[in-house]
Design a protein around this ligand. Structure first.
Ligand SMILES: C[S@@+](CC[C@H](N)C(=O)[O-])C[C@H]1O[C@@H](n2cnc3c(N)ncnc32)[C@H](O)[C@@H]1O
Length: 652
């Protein structure tokens, strides 16, 4: 029998059965073809890669036909020509259905070996999931499942890298999740997080997990995958061994970027449907959001120095990438930041004296050096350079020089702001990279004035004069990068850099400054007019770390809420620590240490931490100094980690 003419559907003249053969790769990405006119429904599985290569030669397409799971079930077999398919459909070839020798020897080999990991319970559960999905859902929906050979491949990958911490985006009715969980090594803390937004699908998946006896390893996270990923980033950065991306294609690039953040070095990310029935390579005809989404992620992976990636021609295509150990380089972090986020922007870097602002802006500059070569122009740093004799005199006799020094600094800060704005204005229509970085601006100037007022270095009338002049200047940066470190650390750094003018710097002054910075930071975040990025600077932070935070903040701004009433839940902080611990935290803890502390106080079963309640404490409250210092660091840690804060007991 000669092959039917190319069309997306054809009807067999003798048996009147409709075949959904994908003659035209552009039109049909379907992978399963149910032949209906037979006693039991049959499944034909056409690996799309074959018709991608040679869509017209149907006789060359291997067609797997079976009653249950293709390739995994005894009795499935390989059909090499259409004639056999026709015979099958007409019931003329029942013999071959039970003839296992017809099965591809390669697939049999895989089946047998995978049995070690996939026990009968798993196989049975997979079969049920596939059947349930095909019978209970519309055909087009059911086609979203990965194929059995992909399932095995996922299971294999997971086992090969010894994955214990896995994540899946897009769970659907549970087929791929069972394959992944089945491949995970058996440890008490092995876990697969499944992100799915459709509750109906998730319930079906849960049935499958229970039948496969895997429910104890799987944690369902219902909701939008993008939002769930942001929550996971709070405390699961670099944590996952394996991530499978199979949710909405439009957002593949975003998912891939976040997945890389969540993945440990040596971890593997796997992306499904990357061939997309050939549409990804047909740019002229296919510009829909899904195809573009897949194309974008592939383009990114091709030039991504963070991974070793490869494309697997299995089913509708998969891309697999292994996360390499990379030193943060100029190349990693900034192309996006430069072109998409910071270009033509005013970026204000703030923080206490000696917290590491200059270190950071210099880091930014060296990161941009390559661009300078290409563009002939480069981001500029603007900073105040006060007269060092005057500065030293102020540190020695703050009450004498307080007002005059503050007004002098205000005038310098205004000049700096004007130059930075001019620079941006001049470069407004330029294609060059134009970023104005300010190493402390009017924002910080105001903090200093307020602090000197509180310390009695400025009189009431003097402070009023300062404020009336200050308020005449309009200044609003696009980004405010706030570096937080304890006053102890700032003092040590000031001593280390050994500027003569700072020789008389006192811890009490740095503490008072820290307090005023903190108050102003909270109120700036609450006002929500400026994009604030908070960074834990207890160790010098790199431009790459800051860049990551900027990217993150641009997607979801920091959040602080107030509750008028005092709330029991917020008081844990005050009774949580012993004195040693407070002192240690007050001096500056790493993000990891803060996380450990917070985890001790969270309900055991809460998988992520995205909001904390805290009592509102200010320097007026009667708490020991070390408690207050630790408290400020904790708040800054939460902001730097994108944990939303609910303050209790503070009037708004
Ligand atoms: C292609 S299917 C996944 C198939 C599944 N991996 C399997 O093999 O059975 C895509 C799934 O992603 C889910 N999904 C789509 N967009 C999502 C989003 N933004 N957040 C969470 N899930 C999403 C859909 O509801 C659907 O269940």
């Amino acid at each position: 029998m000669s092959p039917p003419p190319p069309s997306s559907t054809s009807r067999c003249s003798c048996c009147k059965v409709s075949f959904g053969f994908p003659f035209s790769i552009e039109r049909n990405s379907r992978r399963f073809f149910i032949i209906q006119n037979v006693s039991k429904p049959k499944l034909l599985c056409l690996p799309s890669v074959h018709y991608l290569n040679n869509p017209q030669r149907l006789a060359d397409i291997p067609i797997f036909a079976c009653t249950q799971e293709p390739h995994s079930i005894p009795g499935s077999f390989l059909v090499h020509d259409l004639e056999t398919v026709h015979q099958l459909v007409k019931g003329m070839n029942t013999e071959s259905e039970s003839n296992e020798t017809n099965m591809s020897t390669k697939f049999r080999f895989l089946d047998d070996t995978s049995r070690v990991v996939w026990n009968d319970k798993i196989l049975q559960a997979l079969k049920q999931i596939r059947e349930r999905t095909l019978t209970q859902l519309a055909y087009d929906e059911a086609c979203m499942m990965i194929s059995p050979e992909q399932g095995k491949f996922l299971s294999f990958l997971v086992r090969a890298i010894g994955a214990r911490r896995c994540l899946e985006l897009g769970t659907f009715t549970g087929y791929s999740s069972v394959c992944i969980a089945a491949g995970m090594i058996e440890k008490a803390d092995s876990v697969l997080y499944c992100l799915e937004c459709n509750e109906n699908y998730a319930r079906m998946a849960e049935q499958g997990w229970t039948s496969a006896n895997l429910e104890h390893k799987i944690h369902l996270v219902l909701g939008d995958a993008g939002t769930s990923l942001q929550r996971l980033l709070v405390d699961k950065r670099g944590w996952f061994d394996f991530i499978f991306i199979d949710a909405d294609k439009e957002r593949y690039r975003e998912y891939y970027e976040t997945a890389l953040d969540l993945l440990r070095v040596g971890g593997v990310v796997c992306i499904d449907d990357t061939w997309w029935s050939g549409r990804v390579v047909n740019e002229e005809e296919y510009r829909d959001a899904e195809t573009l989404g897949i194309r974008q992620v592939l383009e990114l992976m091709q030039r991504d120095a963070r991974v070793f990636a490869c494309s697997i021609p299995i089913f509708d295509g998969m891309a697999v990438a292994y996360k390499l150990e990379t030193k943060p380089t100029h190349h990693d972090a900034n192309p996006f930041v430069l072109s998409q986020l910071l270009n033509h922007k005013l970026v204000d870097v703030e923080g206490n004296i000696a917290v590491g602002k200059t270190h950071l802006v210099q880091g930014f500059l060296s990161m941009w050096k390559e661009e300078e070569k290409e563009n002939g122009r480069m981001p500029r740093v603007f900073e105040e350079n006060p007269n060092s004799t005057f500065l030293a005199a102020f540190y020695k006799q703050p009450q004498v020089f307080g007002f005059s020094f503050q007004m002098y600094m205000l005038q310098l800060a205004q000049q700096v702001a004007t130059s930075a704005k001019d620079y941006l204005l001049r470069g407004a229509s330029s294609d060059d990279i134009v970023v104005a970085l300010i190493d402390r601006s009017l924002w910080g100037n105001r903090v200093f004035a307020q602090c000197n007022f509180h310390l009695g270095n400025l009189q009431e009338e003097e402070y009023q004069i300062y404020r009336s002049v200050y308020e005449q200047v309009e200044f609003q940066p696009d980004y405010l990068i706030y570096l937080d470190a304890s006053p102890w650390i700032c003092l040590e750094r000031a001593k280390m850099r050994g500027r003569p003018a700072e020789a008389a710097l006192q811890l009490s002054y740095l503490e008072a400054l820290d307090d005023c910075h903190f108050q102003q930071l909270i109120s700036t975040v609450c006002q929500g007019k400026v994009n604030v990025v908070v960074v834990n600077a207890h160790t010098f932070c790199t431009p790459q770390q800051v860049t990551e935070k900027i990217v993150r903040n641009s997607k979801s701004p920091l959040e602080i809420r107030y509750e008028d009433q005092d709330h029991q839940g917020g008081n844990w902080f005050l009774c949580a620590l012993d004195q040693d611990c407070y002192v240690q935290m007050a001096k500056g803890a790493t993000d990891e240490e803060w996380l450990q502390l917070l985890r001790r106080w969270l309900p055991k079963n809460q998988p992520t931490m995205d909001r904390i309640c805290l009592p509102w404490i200010s320097h007026q409250h009667q708490v020991p100094n070390y408690v207050y210092q630790a408290y400020k660091r904790l708040v800054c840690f939460a902001l730097s980690s994108h944990i939303a804060i609910e303050f209790h007991g503070k009037a708004t």
